[in-house]
Design a protein. Structure first.
Length: 442
């Protein structure tokens, strides 16, 4: 066979193969210029809260209850229980030991915790397990931070919450049937221990219809008041600077004589513009992780803009196991906004006719479009966008029967011609190199 012929054939095959490879390479990258894989999520309505954070001081009408005799205290009512005039609060016993009293206190606390878990589980369903698991992860993260910061008090509190949530999860998922048997065992042990506290020197009686609490923090006198509305700004600030005083060894608890309680929130006059007397606000107590509806009873402020001020909130709700620590961090929901929620990572600024326009790219079929947004509030990695933006306001020339605005359209710029985001638009969340009209593969 002619060697030159074979050489020409081989050269032709090699050149053809290289040409085909180049065509495939160029074609692939040309297609990639018009198509790309994207991820998108639908636009939904959501509500974001705007909050203001303060330090709050709890005020209640209260007075200390004293034993009136020496001995071991054997409480006859539960901590925080409502009592009537003449009810027996505690026996003061000459015989017994502080060890027995301490064990009874431990039992009371354990029973309270188990009853709270059972109650919470009774109002939960199997579908709530996911939310409980999310809460456990948050507590674990917070616990890790407290340990890193050497905040032992916070760590102990979070560990207690973790134990309660794990038990609630076990009940909700059917791994535990509840703690009713254990609670009854503890009550039986308590009865046996109480029988060891004998030779009653005195039985302390309630002199008012009130709520009886075991804890006395030494601030009862400093935070006392006769008329909540008569409290002056100076008196409120004096309360915040007060130091606790020793209640005395004979103090066995206190009576809170009014179901209505208050918080005083020191602030500055400029911050009071966000609040209106008589309005109700959601107040979240950080130390107790509890949100309560509270009414703003009064605003007290000095005349200068930079002057001192105080907000007085009132509440008639007494939650079980609420921690009435005298000073607590709180966050108050100032107002709520409803709009379209979109990921902040999806927000872009695009120039139209020399004007920057904030918006997002959406996917309609396989085509990319740009949509304007007006961001109202941002939090937790999301932007809340005005859902009314772009909706024409009805004027004198608006015909509700025709369902259209008959006014002549105003002059618009290139930026004004960009449509606004709408409900259920598919917002693109994970793609680059986007532009109006680009064809993509979903």
């Amino acid at each position: 066979m002619d060697r030159e012929y074979l050489k020409r054939v081989l050269t032709y095959v090699i050149v053809s193969a290289v040409a085909i490879g180049i065509m495939i390479y160029v074609g692939y990258h040309m297609v990639r210029g018009f198509t790309s894989e994207v991820e998108a999520e639908p636009t939904y309505l959501d509500t974001f809260d705007e909050v203001a954070s303060f330090e709050a001081y709890i005020l209640r009408r209260e007075h200390v209850v004293r034993a009136g005799a020496d001995g071991i205290v054997n409480y006859l009512v539960r901590d925080g229980e409502k009592v009537a005039i003449g009810d027996s609060l505690a026996d003061i016993c000459r015989s017994g030991s502080t060890t027995v009293r301490e064990r009874i206190s431990e039992i009371d606390e354990t029973i309270k915790e188990l009853e709270k878990i059972d109650s919470g589980a009774a109002h939960s369903s199997t579908s709530d397990a996911v939310n409980i698991e999310a809460g456990i992860r948050e507590i674990l993260y917070s616990l890790s931070g407290s340990v890193s910061d050497n905040d032992i008090g916070a760590a102990i509190s979070e560990a207690g919450r973790m134990k309660a949530e794990l038990n609630r999860h076990a009940i909700v998922t059917g791994k535990l049937e509840g703690f009713s048997d254990r609670i009854e065992e503890l009550r039986e042990e308590r009865r046996a221990l109480s029988a060891k506290l004998t030779d009653v020197a005195k039985t302390v009686m309630s002199d008012e219809s009130a709520y009886f609490y075991y804890d006395v923090d030494g601030y009862e006198s400093a935070f006392s008041f006769d008329d909540i509305d008569a409290l002056t700004l100076d008196e409120i600030y004096a309360m915040t600077e007060a130091q606790p005083t020793s209640p005395g060894s004979d103090a066995i608890g206190k009576l809170v004589t009014d179901y209505m309680w208050y918080i005083a929130v020191p602030t500055d006059r400029a911050s009071t513009v966000y609040f209106t007397e008589g309005e109700q606000y959601d107040v979240n107590f950080g130390s107790a992780d509890t949100k309560l509806p509270m009414t703003l009873r009064s605003v007290k402020a000095e005349t200068s803009d930079a002057g001192r001020a105080a907000l007085i909130f009132e509440c008639s709700v007494l939650p079980d196991d609420f921690e009435f620590t005298r000073m607590q961090p709180v966050s108050v929901t100032v107002r709520s906004y409803t709009g379209y929620r979109v990921p902040l990572s999806a927000v872009r600024v695009v120039n139209y006719g020399g004007e920057d326009v904030t918006g997002v790219y959406i996917l309609y079929g396989s085509v990319v479009y740009f949509r304007r947004v007006e961001i109202v509030l941002s939090q937790d990695g999301y932007a809340l966008c005005d859902s009314e933006a772009g909706v024409p306001e009805a004027g004198d020339d608006y015909d509700p029967f025709e369902g259209q605005d008959t006014r002549p359209p105003p002059e618009t710029s290139a930026a004004d011609s960009v449509p606004y985001l709408s409900l259920y638009d598919m917002v693109i969340t994970s793609a680059r190199g986007l532009y109006d009209g680009k064809i993509v593969a979903g």
